[in-house]
Write a protein that binds this ligand. Structure first.
Ligand code: SF4
Length: 333
C-alpha cells in the first residue's frame, strides 16, 4: 500500500524549455502559414504531439524535408531552431533557403558554443564531453569548431558510442593547449570524475570558470539524491530521448528501484507491490500535468496517500527569441 509520495522540487520544465515552447506558440500565431521546426523543439513526445495538434507545426530533422512539406502544406517561410542548438552550417543553409529564423537555443547552450569558438580561435583543442555524437546539442557545439574538437565519453559510458573517445586514452596534438567543455545535461558526478581523469592526464587542461552543466540539470539531480534514500520506488517522468531525464533515471536507479515512464498511462499496479513510499521527479522537458496525472493515478488506488513536496522552485526566466531575416544572417557570416 502506498502511503507517501515524495515529490521532487524543482522538477519539470526549466527556463530553456519554457522559452522554447513559448517561442513556437507565439510564432505559430504570428505567422501566416505553418511553421517548420528543426528537430524536436524539446525532447518530450507529449510536448511535440501537443504542438503539432494545436498549431500545425512540422518537425524536420533535415532541411531537405522542407521541399517535400511545401508540396502538401502552406508554410510560413519561417523556421524555429530547437532549445538544443544547431551547428552554424544549418543556420547558414536555412538562410540561403530564404527562411526567416527564430533561434530558440537555450542561452546556456549558446554559452558553450561561445566558449567553443573562443578557444578554437586561440588554437586550443576542445575535449567535448557528451553522451552521444548524435545528440543535437553535441552536434551543435561540435559544429562551432569541428577541426578543433574531440568528442569524449563520460567515464561510465566508454564504448557505448565508438565515436566518443575514452578519457583515459584520448590524445591531443598539444597538451599545453587543451580545454574541456561539456554537454549541459550530463550526470554531475560522472562529469566531475571525467574532468578529473582528463586533468590528471593533461595538467594544463583549462576548465571554464562556470560549469557547462546547467542549473536545471544539477538541481533536479540533487533532488533525486535527497529523496531516493527515503523511497522504495522512484518514478521518473521523461521521454526516452531526454538526456537530462535519462540521467535522472540512472541516478535514481543507482540509489533505489526506479522506473521511467513517459506518461501516467504507462503505470502498472504490479510495480507497487510492497511499496510504501514513492518518489516522483520529471525531466526538464516533461509537462507538469503528467506529474499531476501520476499523483491522481496513485490517489485513485490509495486515497489516504500523503504528498510531501519540499524544496524551492527556481526563479529563472530566459528572454524569448525574435525573428531574424535571412539577409541579416548572411551579412553576419
Ligand atoms: S536543460 Fe538546461 S541547458 Fe537544457 S534547455 Fe533546460 S536550462 Fe537550458
Amino acid at each position: 500500500m502506498v502511503e507517501r509520495v515524495y515529490l521532487a522540487k524543482p522538477r519539470g520544465f526549466c527556463a530553456g524549455v519554457v522559452m522554447a515552447i513559448r517561442a513556437v506558440e507565439k510564432a505559430a500565431k504570428a505567422f501566416d502559414g505553418d511553421l517548420v521546426i528543426y528537430h524536436q523543439i524539446v525532447h518530450n513526445e507529449t510536448v511535440v504531439e501537443r504542438l503539432e495538434k494545436a498549431h500545425h507545426v512540422h518537425f524536420v530533422e533535415d532541411l531537405e524535408e522542407i521541399e517535400t512539406l511545401q508540396k502538401r502544406h502552406r508554410l510560413a517561410g519561417t523556421i524555429v531552431f530547437s532549445a538544443h542548438g544547431i551547428p552554424p552550417a544549418i543556420r547558414e543553409k536555412a538562410a540561403r533557403m530564404g527562411l526567416v529564423q527564430i533561434d530558440a537555443t537555450c542561452p546556456l547552450v549558446t554559452k558553450v558554443h561561445t566558449e567553443a569558438r573562443r578557444y578554437a580561435q586561440m588554437g586550443y583543442t576542445i575535449l567535448l564531453i557528451g553522451d552521444s555524437a548524435d545528440h543535437q546539442e553535441v552536434r551543435g557545439t561540435l559544429g562551432e569548431a569541428p577541426d578543433h574538437t574531440i568528442l569524449v565519453a563520460v567515464h561510465t559510458q566508454v564504448g557505448k558510442d565508438p565515436r566518443l573517445k575514452d578519457p583515459y586514452t584520448v590524445e591531443v596534438p598539444d597538451p599545453e593547449k587543451v580545454v574541456v567543455l561539456t554537454q549541459t545535461t550530463l550526470s554531475v558526478d560522472d562529469t566531475d570524475k571525467t574532468i578529473a581523469i582528463l586533468k590528471k592526464r593533461f595538467p594544463k587542461l583549462v576548465t571554464p570558470p562556470r560549469s557547462d552543466l546547467c542549473y536545471a540539470t544539477k538541481n533536479r539531480q540533487d533532488e533525486v539524491k535527497r529523496i531516493a534514500p527515503m523511497v522504495d520506488l522512484f518514478l521518473v517522468l521523461s521521454s526516452r530521448h531526454s538526456s537530462n531525464g535519462l540521467r535522472l533515471f540512472e541516478l535514481a536507479s543507482g540509489l533505489t528501484r526506479a522506473v521511467r515512464i513517459d506518461t501516467p498511462a504507462d503505470l502498472r499496479e504490479a510495480w507497487f507491490e510492497g511499496v510504501r513510499r514513492v518518489g516522483i521527479t520529471s525531466a526538464a522537458s516533461t509537462p507538469e500535468d503528467l506529474v499531476q496525472g501520476t499523483i491522481r493515478w496513485l490517489r485513485e488506488r490509495w486515497p489516504d496517500l500523503e504528498v510531501i513536496e519540499e524544496g524551492e522552485w527556481e526563479q529563472i526566466a530566459f528572454r524569448e527569441p525574435t525573428p531574424t531575416r535571412p539577409e541579416e544572417i548572411l551579412q553576419a557570416q
